[in-house]
Design a protein around this ligand. Structure first.
Ligand SMILES: [Zn+2]
Length: 288
């Protein structure tokens, strides 16, 4: 209610009162959630940010409520961003704007030393392999299944200590080389990994950087990813339920030791998986 009232301040027409933004100030690498109440004669379509459009979907648990997730890339700079919401009212095309404040996340820096061949591989075969794996994964992440497989709130992939947070700037062997794109869980080799929610197994592969990898498609553009695994318990195309055993943790790929790297994507954009989960669990998904 608080949020709906907030939006009424932005604009006094009726439509704005039906659109709420849960988090209107957001750091790079995080996700913003918009909520919409259904109303007779109104059909919501999408939310545009810069040149990208994000679909407005029904809440998987409440059909009278709709939502859109707006992922902010880690590389986005602080700015006030306009979100343009497209809908029709009694068949007429309409737009509504909401503003999002993107701020710089307070991310730490982390020094890592690994075998130099794993930082900047020189061999053409390895380079080819890495680029093939990247292209294949991006194709998957950009596939937005127009239905949700989710029925319940998310859970953690394992109950374990978090050893490295999302977003730490990573300095490999002395040179800045990206950022930590997920959350690491302490896990000795052979620790069971569970599906964070219901979904379809989109990929099972042994990759150069991420080692034993499982990607789960939760529908409506949401994916979770499980890296460095030692054993797989699922096959591509298989439907899994929240808590199902995906396989065992390991130390495959580019690692300094055994752990689970857990990450998430929305419409292809990498976001903080734990912030996404608490955002969805606190606002959209209820245990039934
Ligand atoms: Zn990691």
């Amino acid at each position: 209610m608080r949020l709906l009232l907030f939006c009424m301040f932005l604009s006094f027409n009726l439509q704005a009162a039906l659109i709420g933004i849960v988090n209107d100030t957001i750091a790079n690498g995080k996700t913003s959630l918009l909520e919409f109440s259904s109303q007779k004669g109104v059909k919501y379509f999408d939310v545009q940010l810069d040149n990208k459009k994000y679909k407005i979907f029904q809440n998987p648990q409440k059909s009278e409520q709709l939502y859109a997730l707006i992922p902010i890339s880690y590389y986005d700079k602080p700015a006030i961003k306009e979100l343009i919401i497209s809908y029709t009212e009694n068949g007429k095309n309409k737009h509504e704007s909401i503003f999002l404040k993107v701020v710089a996340g307070a991310y730490a820096k982390e020094n890592i030393s690994v075998e130099s061949s794993k930082v900047n591989p020189k061999s053409p075969e390895v380079k080819k392999r890495i680029s093939k794996e990247y292209v294949k994964a991006m194709k998957i992440y950009h596939r937005v299944t127009p239905k949700s497989y989710i029925h319940k709130p998310f859970i953690m992939p394992m109950e374990s200590k978090i050893t490295s947070d999302f977003g730490k700037a990573r300095v490999y062997n002395g040179s800045l080389n990206g950022y930590h794109s997920g959350t690491d869980f302490r896990a000795k080799v052979g620790t069971p990994i569970q599906a964070a929610n219901d979904g379809v197994v989109a990929l099972v592969a042994k990759r150069f950087y991420s080692g034993g990898t499982v990607l789960l498609n939760h529908g409506e553009g949401i994916y979770t990813c499980y890296f460095h695994m030692s054993q797989f318990n699922v096959k591509e195309g298989e439907h899994v339920k929240r808590g199902d055993l995906l396989g065992l943790s390991g130390k495959s790929g580019r690692v300094t030791g055994p752990h689970l790297h857990f990450s998430a994507r929305i419409d292809g954009i990498q976001v903080d998986p734990l912030q996404l989960i608490s955002l969805l669990n606190n606002n959209l998904l209820k245990e039934n």
